[in-house]
Design a protein around this ligand. Structure first.
Ligand code: GLN
Length: 204
């Protein structure tokens, strides 16, 4: 039995809960999806999804309860698998800036060796959909929904593997058992990235 927690402080929580349950069903794996709001909710999960939303809000709430520190500890000491989507990518990054204001200061996990720009695609392109080539999940392009999305500006170590790019910009990256996506896989019916994450968690 695999337990995946969805960080449930703010943002697109329910959509990830549903997509992850469907991904378990489709893989024929027995799994449970729980909501993580407090540090103690983290104790029984094998993996964590950090949803999209507002990274400043999610980061501050998680810091206040001690959850941010606990996630960081579990990821470094016990290899907790993490998938961060959109704001979740921001929270996983070692360094963050913002397209319009430049330098920003906000609580981060700093677990992945990436430097991320928030709202990287600018005002004209606040939200858009596009098809991405993501070879690790198969040849068929993935319909990706971007909403005030971040992007990877710089890769800071050779532990980071780029799984997909939009033009020249990395929008899906993996570092060991952590996955950061600029877009929202929970908003489409394509379960391939949730399945990929579950397989990462189980070491398939
Ligand atoms: N722009 C938001 C941030 O920087 C992310 C948007 C999203 O998660 N859809 O936190």
């Amino acid at each position: 039995m695999i337990r995946i927690g969805v960080l449930a402080l703010q943002g697109a929580v329910q959509e990830h809960v549903i997509a992850t349950r469907r991904a378990f069903d489709s893989l024929g794996i027995k799994g449970e999806v729980t909501r993580v709001k407090l540090p103690r909710n983290l104790e029984h999960v094998d993996a964590l999804i950090i949803p999209g939303g507002e990274s400043t809000v999610i980061g501050r709430l998680a810091e206040r309860s001690g959850l941010l520190e606990r996630i960081r500890e579990r990821a470094t000491d016990q290899n907790l698998a993490i998938m961060g989507t959109c704001a979740g990518m921001v929270l996983l990054a070692k360094e963050v800036d913002e397209r319009h204001v430049g330098e920003v200061s906000q609580p981060l996990l700093r677990l992945m060796d990436i430097s991320v720009t928030r709202n990287a695609f600018g005002r004209q392109k606040e939200s858009f959909e596009t098809f991405l080539e993501i070879p690790v999940i198969g040849p068929e392009p993935f319909r990706a929904v971007f909403i005030r999305a971040p992007a990877v500006k710089r890769i800071l170590s050779n532990k980071v593997e780029v799984l997909a790019k939009l033009g020249e910009v990395p929008v899906a990256v993996r570092q060991e058992n952590m996955l950061a996506l600029s877009f929202h896989p929970e908003l489409t019916d394509d379960l391939r990235l949730h399945k990929y994450f579950i397989e990462m968690t189980t070491g398939v």
